[in-house]
Ligand binder design. Structure first.
Ligand SMILES: *Cc1c(COP(=O)(O)O)cnc(C)c1O
Length: 387
């Protein structure tokens, strides 16, 4: 792989940054100008790579970033990101000082948290927080109006904390039945009404709600899955106002080719038996890469055609059945396009009986990510070294 990067295995993921840019720009065009985009780059940018996704999203019109944990926010700061970053999940009260140090906004989700965090706040700097309301997701957040009023007061009385935002999260924004979504937004509005003053940011929409419900825009939206070019759910795909551009693809190369005679076996358990003379190729990707055993039988693309994975998937390798001899070194596409054939993230999700969100997330860090821009590979990254 010398021409493509500083790694020595024939398996890699490609992330097309032009797709990320186009998806964010399309959402930006749809939103009223006062509605800001918070780009959600948690979990290493849904497995795509946090830094490059963040940079592309910011260039395309996002103004804020969000991650799940403080560690992810600090990682982005250490990679040079200066844009505001919100930690959506729970941070420990004792880490409040760390948030101040790295200029990271964190989430207040309980009255007790504010009391506990106060013991750790420096006197000469201000901690920026958003309050999280639980309007029906049942995960983290304040559920009672009295508690919200108390928290607002506790924060306003302490000049070491600034209330910059307030938000909630929908459980069903990607479903066709809107009953529960409407209930949640009603609860959100009702809770907002107890605030003495509205903070700068009021936000509740994930990707699905951002694209489907202008009434849920307030003045910022949290854009995750759509930025990566994936639909929030198959049901709402027909409703999406523009065509999404899928950014993630996964590739390998044939490292071994052989012709087996009828009745020979392939892989652990010797469960696959050739029915005739068959060409069997080996590719260096397996379950330790997130290409898990349940993908046995899944098709991949070779020379622009679909061919099946045969036998059990091993930790580092798996085998494919080819219609004829194909030279070692030929590219095998596991997710993405070859000629007119396309294996989408959704196809893999369906095979795994899961959601598309999970697919790029489970492709492990052992698989190097290459970034494409203007049709060219722009980042040659050794995945064993820090970015
Ligand atoms: C992950 C997450 C999002 C992004 O959701 P998408 O469906 O990917 O757009 C938004 N808000 C919160 C609180 C999240 O945890």
């Amino acid at each position: 792989m010398t021409e493509q990067g500083f790694f020595y295995r024939d398996t890699w993921a490609e992330v097309d940054l032009d797709c990320i840019h186009a998806n964010v720009a399309s959402v930006k065009k749809l939103l009223p100008p006062q509605v800001e985009i918070i780009a959600v780059v948690k979990a290493n940018g849904y497995g795509h790579g946090d830094l490059k996704v963040a940079e592309s999203a910011l260039k395309a019109g996002a103004s804020y970033l969000a991650v799940a944990f403080m560690d992810e926010a600090i990682a982005l700061r250490n990679k040079g990101i200066q844009a505001p970053i919100l930690v959506l999940g729970a941070s420990r009260p004792e880490d409040a000082a760390l948030a101040v140090k790295f200029d990271i906004t964190i989430t207040v989700f309980q009255k007790e948290w504010v009391d506990a965090a106060k013991a750790y706040l420096p006197n000469d700097k201000v901690l920026s927080v958003h309050i999280k309301l639980d309007t029906g997701m049942g995960r983290i957040g304040i559920r009672a109006k009295e508690e919200l009023a108390d928290v607002e007061q506790m924060i306003s009385k302490d000049n070491r904390i600034e209330l910059e935002g307030i938000f909630t999260h929908f459980a069903t924004a990607d479903e066709l039945d809107l009953t529960y979504f409407q209930k949640q937004i009603e609860v959100f509005r009702d809770m907002l009404s107890v605030l003495k003053s509205r903070p700068k940011y009021v936000h509740c929409s994930n990707s699905a709600a951002s694209l489907r419900f202008p009434s849920a825009h307030f003045n910022a939206v949290r854009l995750g899955i759509v930025m990566y070019g994936l639909t929030p759910s198959p049901e709402i795909e027909p409703e999406l106002p523009f065509a999404l551009k899928e950014a993630f693809s996964l590739h390998s190369r044939l490292v071994h080719m052989k012709k087996l005679t009828k009745g020979e076996k392939v892989s652990y358990g010797a469960t696959y038996e050739t029915e005739e003379e068959e060409w069997i190729g080996t590719i260096p990707i397996g379950y330790a890469d997130g290409w898990i055993r349940r993908l046995q039988g899944q098709e991949v693309l070779v020379e622009g055609k679909r061919v099946p994975i045969v036998g059990r998937i091993c930790m580092d390798q798996c085998m494919v059945k080819l219609p004829h001899f194909v030279p070692v070194g030929t590219t095998v596409t596991l997710i993405g396009k070859q000629n007119n054939e396309f294996i989408s993230v959704n196809e893999i999700a369906k095979k795994l009986e899961t959601i598309n969100y999970e697919v790029p997330c489970i492709i492990s860090t052992r698989v190097p990510r290459l970034y494409k821009q203007g049709g060219k590979i722009v980042v040659l990254k050794n995945y064993l070294l820090p970015e």
